[in-house]
Design a protein around this ligand. Structure first.
Ligand SMILES: [Zn+2]
Length: 318
């Protein structure tokens, strides 16, 4: 497998203020984890700066302009109680979006089998017109629309294993036959959506809520019974992963009990499905993950699995 890693130092410029869980330190934890010997051959590229055009395929111009206008010259401004922006946030946003787009370009052109993008701020709670839950622009939705507009992809599947439901992604694609959205998430939990009965206007929304305390066994059962059959039946041209690692047992914002081995396992399952459906094309975008140790280990397990390295065995927990 050829795996590309996209990141950009501009992500560090998104300052969420003291004590905020979606902190700049998350990037250091990921960088540190990816210095291990297993990642010596991982190809790395800088996430380019996106223009507005791909963003406007998902978000209306007035919304994009309002976000840009909300960026303060100094200090921190709050779009809602959870969602701050600082002077460096706009560049962080554009490079996060741009990383997703470049990853789609690389994978759709066949320059890489798959790619992981260190996107920050995350995106899956952002709807067309609403920033919330640390998210401003929906990176996964923008990447999906780019794959369709620039590469002629007809069907996109977005699989979201962040511990929170991706209400923004669900809202964007609620009535869209060309995009399958599948989510596992803890419920009840922020943002409150994601019941199994929420299936979209055409049945292309697939929610598999998990009860608080659910462990890897229950998670794997949900992936096998609910997500994988729908993913394979949909036969996408590209699989996008909303890769949040806050379902890790150490995470302070939720109470699922996954291990890094579970993240390696689900990654491998999605790769097998993608091999079957779409020549292995996967673009994975970072969403949440707020315990620095759990985030580092889980990202490493996920990326190692994408590389097909077998470095982290899905069968062993830790
Ligand atoms: Zn989350």
């Amino acid at each position: 497998m050829t795996t590309l890693l996209f990141s950009h130092p501009a992500s560090l410029g998104h300052d969420t203020g003291p004590g905020h869980p979606e902190s700049q330190a998350r990037l250091g934890a990921i960088d540190q984890a990816l210095t291990a010997e297993a990642f010596h051959d991982l190809k790395r590229e800088a996430s380019p700066r996106a223009g507005l055009e791909p963003i406007l395929r998902v978000h209306p111009p007035a919304y994009a302009a309002a976000i840009e206008a909300a960026i303060p010259t100094k200090g921190i401004a709050y779009l809602d109680a959870d969602t701050p922006v600082s002077h460096g946030s706009w560049e962080a946003i554009l490079h996060s979006v741009g990383g997703g787009i470049a990853a789609v370009d690389a994978v759709m052109r066949g320059d890489a089998d798959n790619a992981f993008v260190v996107t920050r701020p995350p995106g899956h709670h952002a709807s067309q017109t609403n920033a919330m839950g640390f998210c401003l622009f929906n990176n996964a939705a923008i990447a999906a629309r780019h794959a369709q507009a620039a590469h002629g992809a007809e069907r996109i599947a977005i699989v979201d294993f962040d511990v929170h439901h991706g209400n923004g992604t669900q809202a964007i694609f609620w009535a869209d036959l060309s995009v399958l959205y599948c989510s596992t998430h803890e419920m009840p939990l922020f943002p409150g959506t994601g019941a199994a009965s929420e299936t979209g206007a055409h049945g292309t929304i697939v929610n598999a809520p998990l009860a608080p305390g659910a462990d890897g066994f229950i998670f794997r059962e949900a992936i096998e019974a609910v997500v994988l059959p729908r993913l394979i039946a949909f036969a996408p041209d590209l699989v996008i992963i909303s890769a949040g690692f806050d379902a890790h047992w150490r995470d302070p914002l939720a109470s699922l009990n996954l291990t890094e081995a579970d993240f390696a396992w689900v990654t491998t399952q999605l790769m097998e499905a993608a091999e079957h459906c779409c020549d292995s094309r996967i673009v994975s975008l970072l969403e949440g993950g707020y315990d620095l140790v759990g985030l580092g280990r889980s990202t490493a397990a996920h990326v190692a699995a994408l590389m097909g390295s077998g470095y982290f065995s899905p069968s062993t927990g830790s």
